[in-house]
Unconditional design. Sequence first.
Length: 160
Amino acid sequence: MTLYKIKKSNIDNKGLIAAKNIKKGSKIIEYKGKLISKKESEDNPKFDNSKRIYLFEINKRYDLDGDFNFNTARLINHSCNPNCEVVGKGLKLWIESIRDIKKGEELTCDYGFSYDADYKQFPCKCKSRNCCGYIVRSESRWRINKRFGLSFKKNNRVNR
Ligand SMILES: [Zn+2]
């Protein structure tokens, strides 16, 4: 039995929902695509900003283009408080749960977008308490909202 179902998402358009309770560390779905060179992903108009959401960086020279109907994992939405991450090596990529997920919960990943001048093109609608408003990887969120930098400092103080 597959661990996910395609459903209308509360975050954006369609998404994947847990079809049953999923334990932390479970491989849920393979992220499939076609290997393309960085040069192609930079030159081909197919990969303008509205599409780069499906590009997955493999290494310095290659990306994986996941913008195909056979890649059901492309439907997973970004969240600032994700319950899944992409794991694997080379072209064998999986979406894996990073905590226990309850049946009916939407599966989410941190898309890991770096912070750049275009970040405002990707508003985030995940509604997490820690949502920074845009799809930007967690390490860069303090650049958008100082609140995230402050909470870092506060945590450090508690640890000391
Ligand atoms: Zn968010």
